[in-house]
Design a binder for this molecule. Structure first.
Ligand SMILES: Nc1ncnc2c1ncn2[C@@H]1O[C@H](COP(=O)(O)OP(=O)(O)OP(=O)(O)O)[C@@H](O)[C@H]1O
Ligand SMILES: [Mg+2]
Length: 502
C-alpha cells in the first residue's frame, strides 16, 4: 500500500519548549490513522505544520511521493489536505451551503448559484452520511452539525486526506457514532483520515494504525489490531493508568446546595428546567446524566448565577441565590468548572497567572487595597501549575499558547484550589489525557473526602459511574430517576436518558 503522506524529521521549538522533536510519520492511503499522546506532547503542533499553518524549524513533508513546501493552509488545501479544527472556522451569518462552497462557488453569471450549491452539499452529505440542511444559518446550529459542515467543506474542496483534531471531544455519543460511520465511508472511498483523540476506546474502534507522541517525539507506530489500550497508555505516559477503581464511601455532612422546585426558561422563553429539586451534601458527588439539550445546562447556569430562575429556590452556603449573579454565588461558596473553557473559563490573551485568579481576583489574599499582590498571585499560580501538572514554561506565558488539555487543567486547578464548599463541574476531564484523567479523578474524590460537595455533569457515562455517590437522570427538564452507581450501568442510564420509564 502506498503512503498518502509522510513527515520526515519534523522539529519545531517555541520559547522554552521543543514541541516536535525529529518526528517521522507515515500515513498509508485509505487508512484511518490515530495520533495520541499526553497533553502538550505536540499533536496539534504537528498537524498545524502538516496543514501549512505553522512553519517547521526543520524536516520535510511528502505528499503522494513528492516533497512539498506549504506557506499557508491554501497550499495544503491545493495539495489535497483538509483540516477540521477544534474551534470551527465558519461564517456565522451565512448558510451551510454558502460556507461549504466559499471560494469555489458555482455561479450563474457573476452570482452564486444557490440551487446548485445546495444540490452539491446534499449530494456530498448523502454520500458520506453527513446530513445537514444546506439553507440553515451557521449561528443556529449545534456543534455536532457544525463539525459536519466543516467536513463537508473539506470534501467539497476534494480533500484526499482529512485531519481532525479531537473531533469527538465536543460530540454526544450518538454524534460520535455518526462521525465514525462517516470516517469509515471516507476510508471505503479511498480517502485517508488522520485523527487526534484522548479516548483510547475510539482508537481501538476505528483506527487502522496509531502513532504515539511523547514529549514531542514519535515513540511508537503501531497496528491497532496488534496493540491494546493498556499498551498505548503506557507508551503515552510511561506508567500504568487505572481508571476503573471506585472511590470508598465518605461521610456525608449538611447540604451545600439545595435546589427546590426550580423552573428555568431559555432565551426563547421555553421551559428547560421544570420543577427540579435536588440536594448536594458535603462529602458527596452527585452525578447528573442527560442527553445534550435536556435542561442540564440551564440548570447549571441557574445555579451559578448565569441565568435567572423563573420560579423556585437555590440555596448555596445557606444563602438564597436564585436571583443572584455569578459574583454573589461565588462569594456564597461556589466554584465552577465550565463546559466551554474558551467562552467562560479563560481569557486567551491574558497571562497564565491572570487566568489563574479570574473569578477570585477580589479575594483578600490577592489584594492590598486597590492593588493586586503580585508576588502572592504568582506564588498561587506556580503552585497550581505544579500541582496540576500544567505543562507550561511559567506563570507569565500567554494562555493562548497552552495546549488544549493544559488549558483545561489550568481551569480545573483554579476552581479546585479555593476549596469552595460546592464545586459545580461540567465535563471536568474534557480534552485531558488518560494520565491526567486519573489524576483529576483522584482530586475530585479527595475534594469530597475533605468535605466538599460536587455537582458533576459528564457526557462520559463511565466517568459518572466511576465518581458519583448518586446519579440523577434528567429528561426533558425533569429528574426522572435517581440511581446508585454501584447498582446500575451505562445501559440502564441510557434507558432513562432517552425517556424510558418503569
Ligand atoms: N504558539 C505557541 N507558542 C508557544 N508555545 C506553544 C505554541 N503552540 C504550542 N506551544 C507549546 O507546544 C507544546 C505542544 O503543544 P500542542 O498544542 O501541540 O500539544 P497537544 O499534544 O496538542 O496537547 P493537547 O492534548 O493538550 O491538545 C506545548 O507545550 C505548548 O504549550
Ligand atoms: Mg492539541
Amino acid at each position: 500500500m502506498s503512503n498518502a503522506l509522510e513527515l520526515r524529521g519534523i522539529s519545531k521549538s517555541f520559547p522554552g519548549v521543543r514541541a516536535n522533536d525529529n518526528v517521522d510519520l507515515e500515513v498509508r492511503r485509505g487508512d484511518i490513522h490515530a495520533i495520541v499522546g499526553e497533553n502538550g506532547a505536540g499533536k496539534t503542533t504537528l498537524m498545524s505544520i502538516l496543514y501549512g499553518l505553522t512553519a517547521p524549524d526543520s524536516g520535510e513533508i511528502v505528499v503522494d511521493g513528492r516533497t512539498v513546501r506549504f506557506n499557508s493552509a491554501l497550499d495544503a488545501i491545493a495539495a489535497g489536505l483538509g483540516m477540521v479544527h477544534q474551534a470551527f472556522k465558519l461564517f456565522p451569518t451565512l448558510t451551510v451551503a454558502e460556507n461549504v462552497v466559499f471560494r469555489n462557488e458555482p455561479r450563474t453569471g457573476i452570482f452564486l448559484d444557490r440551487a446548485e450549491a445546495a444540490k452539491r452539499v446534499r449530494a456530498l452529505g448523502s454520500e458520506y452520511g453527513l446530513m445537514v440542511d444546506p439553507g440553515a444559518r451557521i449561528e443556529d446550529l449545534p456543534v455536532g452539525v457544525l463539525q459536519r459542515v466543516e467536513i463537508l467543506k473539506a470534501l467539497y474542496r476534494d480533500a484526499q486526506v482529512l485531519i481532525l483534531d479531537e473531533p469527538t471531544a465536543v460530540l454526544t455519543p450518538q454524534e460520535r457514532d455518526n462521525l465514525f460511520v462517516t470516517l469509515r465511508r471516507l476510508k471505503d472511498r479511498g480517502r485517508t483520515v488522520i485523527f487526534i483523540t484522548h479516548k483510547l476506546g475510539e482508537v481501538m474502534a476505528v483506527s487502522d494504525r496509531v502513532t504515539v507522541l511523547r514529549g514531542g517525539r514519535a515513540v511508537a507506530h503501531l497496528d491497532t489490531a496488534s496493540t491494546s489500550p493498556t499498551e498505548v497508555s503506557r507508551l503515552m505516559t510511561g506508567r500504568n493508568v487505572d481508571l476503573d477503581s471506585r472511590p470508598p464511601p465518605s461521610l456525608l455532612g449538611e447540604a451545600v446546595l439545595s435546589v427546590t422546585d426550580l423552573t428555568v426558561r431559555d432565551d426563547d422563553g421555553l421551559v428547560r428546567v421544570d420543577a427540579v429539586s435536588l440536594e448536594v451534601r458535603s462529602g458527596e458527588i452527585l452525578g447528573v446524566a442527560a442527553v445534550a439539550g435536556n435542561g442540564q445546562h440551564e440548570l447549571i447556569e441557574a445555579i451559578c448565577g448565569l441565568r435567572p430562575a423563573d420560579r423556585g429556590s437555590i440555596v448555596v452556603g445557606g444563602r438564597e441565590v436564585a436571583a443572584a449573579d455569578m459574583a454573589v454565588t461565588r462569594e456564597s461558596g461556589l466554584a465552577y468548572i465550565p463546559e466551554d473553557r474558551h467562552r467562560v473559563g479563560t481569557a486567551a490573551g491574558g497571562e497564565v497567572w491572570a487566568n489563574l485568579v479570574m473569578g477570585f481576583q477580589r479575594r483578600k489574599r490577592f489584594r492590598r487595597g486597590r492593588f493586586m499582590r503580585r508576588a502572592e498571585v504568582e506564588e498561587h499560580a506556580r503552585r497550581i501549575i505544579a500541582d496540576y501538572d500544567v505543562r507550561v514554561a511559567g506563570p507569565a506565558v500567554t494562555a493562548a499558547t497552552l495546549s488544549g488539555g493544559n488549558l483545561q487543567k489550568l481551569v480545573v486547578g483554579r476552581e479546585m484550589s479555593h476549596a469552595a464548599p460546592l464545586l459545580v463541574a461540567e465535563e471536568p476531564t474534557r480534552g485531558v489525557d488518560v494520565g491526567a484523567i486519573e489524576f483529576l479523578h483522584r482530586q475530585l474524590v479527595e475534594y469530597r473526602s475533605q468535605g466538599g460537595g460536587i455537582l458533576l455533569l459528564s457526557a462520559e457515562l463511565w466517568e459518572l459511574l466511576a465518581l458519583s455517590s448518586r446519579v440523577v437522570v434528567m429528561y426533558e427538564g425533569r429528574i426522572v430517576a435517581e440511581l446508585d452507581p454501584a447498582e446500575t450501568d451505562e445501559a440502564e442510564l441510557g434507558f432513562f436518558m432517552t425517556g424510558g420509564s418503569r
